[in-house]
Design a protein around this ligand. Structure first.
Ligand code: 8YV
Length: 318
């Protein structure tokens, strides 16, 4: 019997791709010519593996009558229409709990990189400016600084716990009230920004949170303020952010995510007060292994006719 067919949107590690190959005929969208190969295979594809930032459009879902599962290798569901998939009997799965710590680590790394001028120092040294005895500007201490966390889910909480160890004073805004002991809740994103030195964006991307960090929030953060984003580009009004960074409206930003990745707005390339990372927050050997294990478990369950362990759009139709 021929193997079922799977469409792989983003590359995975060679061992994981080998595990996929053992069960499926794999069509790799990300390779040169992959788009055309995927178009040809669509009528036969029964499983799609994609990234949180890539997802799968409804036009593709509609063109795949055999599709039974969209396994997201990540936690963001903003690029897959969950109810559209459910109506068609398609399970959508994610990898909850696998990447919380690494993403929180990246947020902290960006805070440190910006405040302690790590990237700037690296460029300064390599350019021979240290050897030439040029002065290098002082950084800012984390200790005593106010960290505002926008979106207090698992990642936001893990960041708060880390930041406290560094002596930061944590406060937050969340759509729903959460019970987190001592951290004060602010009523709006704007009041949170006003009450923060560093604003860390950890909120899930939904239609409601689109552009939630807008010009008013950035103005409230102020000229000494630092913005960090490990959520999604879409939750920030990027033209407003670029304007604030260019005019001194805010001091600096550390960004792991952008609109229209990987072809991000070119203005970012020339802004000196930014640290930019190509969507790497969950990209460690250990976490990508744990994510892949869950992707493989979800695929196996669907193949066996069972409910996948981390389905996020409920039961498929009977
Ligand atoms: C991954 C993500 O980088 O979890 C998510 O939603 O965006 C990231 O963890 C991505 O899923 C892999 O492309």
């Amino acid at each position: 019997m021929s193997k079922p067919e799977l469409l792989l949107i983003e590359p995975m590690t060679p061992d994981v791709e080998a595990a996929l190959e053992a069960e499926y005929t794999v069509h790799r969208y990300y390779l040169p010519g992959g788009h055309e190969a995927a178009l040809e295979a669509r009528p036969r594809v029964s499983a799609v593996v994609t990234g949180g930032g890539s997802g799968l459009g409804n036009d593709w879902i509609e063109a795949m009558p055999e599709l039974g599962i969209i396994a997201i290798n990540g936690v963001g569901t903003d690029r897959v229409d969950l109810s559209f998939a459910r109506e068609r009997g398609i399970d959508v799965t994610t990898t909850p709990g696998t990447l919380t710590e690494d993403v929180a680590d990246m947020a902290l790394a960006l805070i440190l990189a910006v405040l302690r001028r790590v990237v700037e120092g690296d460029a300064f040294l390599r350019a021979g400016r240290w050897a030439a005895e040029e002065p290098f500007p002082l950084g800012g201490s984390l200790k005593g600084r106010r960290l505002g966390i926008l979106g207090l889910g698992q990642i936001g909480r893990a960041l708060g716990a880390r930041a406290e160890i560094f002596g930061m004073k944590v406060r937050y805004w969340n759509r729903r009230p959460v019970d987190v002991g001592d951290w004060p809740a602010l009523p709006t994103p704007e009041t949170l920004a006003e009450d923060s030195d560093v604003l860390a964006v950890c909120v899930a991307a939904t239609p409601e949170t689109r552009g939630i960090v807008d010009a008013r929030v950035l103005a409230a953060l102020g000229s000494q303020g630092v913005l960090v984003n490990v959520a999604r580009g879409s939750v920030i009004d990027e033209p407003a952010l670029i304007a604030a960074l260019s005019s001194g409206g805010i001091a600096a930003a550390g960004l792991d995510v952008f609109e229209n990745e990987p072809r991000i707005r070119e203005e970012f390339f020339t802004l000196p007060n930014t640290v930019l990372v190509p969507h790497q927050a969950s990209a460690t050997v250990e976490t990508r292994r744990a994510m892949a294990d869950l992707v493989l478990a979800n695929l196996a369950a669907r193949r066996a006719g069972d409910r996948p362990p981390s389905v996020v759009n409920q039961e498929r139709r009977a």
